[in-house]
Write a protein that binds this ligand. Structure first.
Ligand code: VG1
Ligand code: CO
Length: 541
């Protein structure tokens, strides 16, 4: 074992979901090691403990895995469970941590950010409940990283991760396990595979799943093709270190091929895609897009039809910028709907305390209490199971939902890679204007409230401040502004627009057109174009 002297880096502050930086940054000597040692120091005594380790297979995954294994041995972990080839999707890692009652897990991923030598890399620590470390833990890691001056590592050969086998570094056992099996079994336990299978067999149900050359490929082949018999359901299923040069973000801008398929004459009943690390999902019907916020609400409204949730759900949670479609479902069910800050880490306490069963975010994330991460394939299976039960099209299911609950027109406008100083000024300016806004009318719509969202966790009373600027307008619209916490270049301004429409005759219109006035008001209030020097958003989802 070697103790290596190091100098601290001052920029290792985890964001919305772990530490994300350019690969080139992680390649700076000691950069990765410093952060990993900071995680281990935050855990405290690692002696005798079990760690789960895996990543989404992006460029630098292989190098980082070897380093972390050698550091885990030096820090006296008794055992590490690693996915074969160093791979785990984020939801699979969450499940493995829970199933094996591990101390925690390290997930290597920058999720939906592009990969490759010039792309992004990331590292995230999950605690024993299988969920992303809460802020109190990420803050502790960050603090340690700012003063770290040494780390420990065992000087040894690289470990062979290509075979399912058990090996050792000194005293520490390394179990290389199948990355897919346990997760696929969990899915089979939750959903009615025989029902889905018989619908598929009768020709009444088919799927196109776009793995975007990311981690879900192997999971999708095993679950959709092998276990459910959906031949040729998976496209872009071979994981690549640079995701084939693409942007592994399942949305209308990046899942081009899938979109074309869903617009074609032979479109399957369900189209879906997942992101780099497999926790996101996009749901499409034939020539029809389901907003993630609607998907969350529909999943919540229909959960009781699934075997796993047949007792009903105990509560729902959504992140603040997510549309309030889920709130309408909760209201009718007489259960609570919690509004949390952006990021899955805020759902953990609610799930652990049995306050919620279903949760989700507008950013293509849905999940339940089966694990402590959002889960892309779970969401696709939910929809498959729902289609098999309802024998209706995706579009009909959504239309019916709107008739019952009303429609929340919704879009997110992202201004990516803008100047950090300008982005901060914009937010600062907005913040300062808040008190003067209520009562004012913009383009015929009166502002009701204007505030900076802060959250008090109902379980441990921890407080998260400055989580985004919320503007509510009469009769029932919202505009939300926040800066992204996952980007690695400049700043990304996210503007979320939502307008509620209970009138059935005004539902199903073109979302973009319906939201034009709100987008204009957002610009009036925040002076976006002027301040960002951008004519329009870089991405609309
Ligand atoms: C984004 C999304 C957020 C999500 C996070 C991690 O964060 O908005 O809802 O939880 O990514 O998802 P931000 O701070 O950039 O808005 V993933 O699939 O990238 O781990
Ligand atoms: Co992700």
């Amino acid at each position: 074992m070697k103790v290596i002297k190091t100098a601290a880096f001052q920029d290792q502050k985890p964001g919305t979901s772990g530490l994300r930086k350019k690969v080139t940054q992680f390649q700076i000597p000691h950069y990765l090691e410093n952060f990993v040692q900071s995680i281990f120091n935050a855990i405290g005594d690692c002696q005798g403990k079990l760690l789960v380790l895996g990543g989404d297979g992006r460029y630098y995954n292989k190098n980082a895995i070897q380093t972390i294994l050698k550091m885990a041995a030096a820090n006296k972990f008794s055992r590490v469970i690693v996915g074969q080839h160093g791979l785990f999707s984020t939801p699979a890692a969450s499940h493995i941590i829970r199933k094996n009652q591990a101390e925690g897990g390290i997930i290597l991923s920058a999720s939906h950010n592009p990969g490759g030598p010039n792309g992004d890399f990331g590292i995230k620590y999950n605690t024993s409940n299988g969920g992303p470390a809460p802020e109190i833990v990420t803050e502790a890691i960050y603090e340690i990283s700012q003063n770290i001056n040494e780390y420990c590592i065992v000087d040894t050969e690289n470990i062979d991760l290509s075979q399912i086998a058990t090996s050792k570094i000194g005293e520490m056992t390394i179990n290389v396990i199948d990355s897919v099996q346990d997760y696929a079994d969990l899915m089979q336990h939750i959903f009615d595979f025989s029902l889905i299978k018989s619908s598929v067999k009768s020709g009444a149900l088919n799927l196109c799943f776009d793995a975007m050359h990311a981690i879900t490929g192997p999971y999708a082949y095993e679950i959709f093709e092998n276990r459910l018999g959906m031949t040729n359901a998976v496209i872009n299923g071979i994981p690549l270190e640079d995701f084939g040069g693409g942007h592994p973000d399942p949305n209308l801008s990046h899942a081009e091929q899938l979109l074309q398929t869903m617009k074609s004459i032979n479109a399957p009943d369900l189209g879906a895609a997942s992101d780099g690390d497999g926790d996101r999902n996009m749901i499409l019907g034939r020539n029809f897009f389901v907003t993630p916020s609607d998907s969350l609400a529909i999943i919540a409204a229909n959960a009781h039809l699934m075997r796993e949730y047949r007792q009903g759900i105990c509560g729902i949670a959504r992140s603040m910028p997510t549309s309030r479609a889920a709130d309408k479902v909760a209201e009718r069910m007489g259960i609570e709907c919690f509004e949390t800050p952006t990021g899955w880490k805020f759902f953990g306490n609610l799930l652990d305390a049995n306050k919620i069963t279903i949760c989700g975010e507008e950013s293509f994330g849905t999940g339940s209490d089966h694990i402590r991460e959002k889960d892309g394939i779970w969401a696709v299976l939910f929809w498959l199971n729902l289609l098999a039960i309802k024998k209706q099209s995706v579009e009909d299911i959504v239309n019916q939902h709107w008739k019952t609950y009303g429609q929340h027109y919704y879009a997110r406008h992202d201004y990516e890679e803008i100047d950090i100083g300008k982005a901060k000024d914009l937010m600062q300016n907005l913040e300062e204007s808040l008190t003067g806004l209520p009562g004012k009318t913009f383009r015929g719509l009166e502002i009701k409230e204007a505030f900076n969202f802060s959250y008090t966790d109902p379980v441990d009373a921890s407080v998260a401040k400055n989580q985004g600027i919320v503007i509510t307008l009469k009769p029932d619209s919202r505009i939300i502004f926040r800066l992204s916490g996952t980007g690695t270049q400049g700043a990304t301004l996210r503007v979320y627009l939502e307008s509620y429409e209970p009138d059935q005759t005004k539902q199903g219109l073109n979302t973009h057109e319906v939201l034009v006035p709100l987008a204009a008001i957002a610009n009036d209030i925040a002076d976006i174009r002027q301040r960002t020097a951008r004519e329009k958003p870089s991405v609309i989802t």
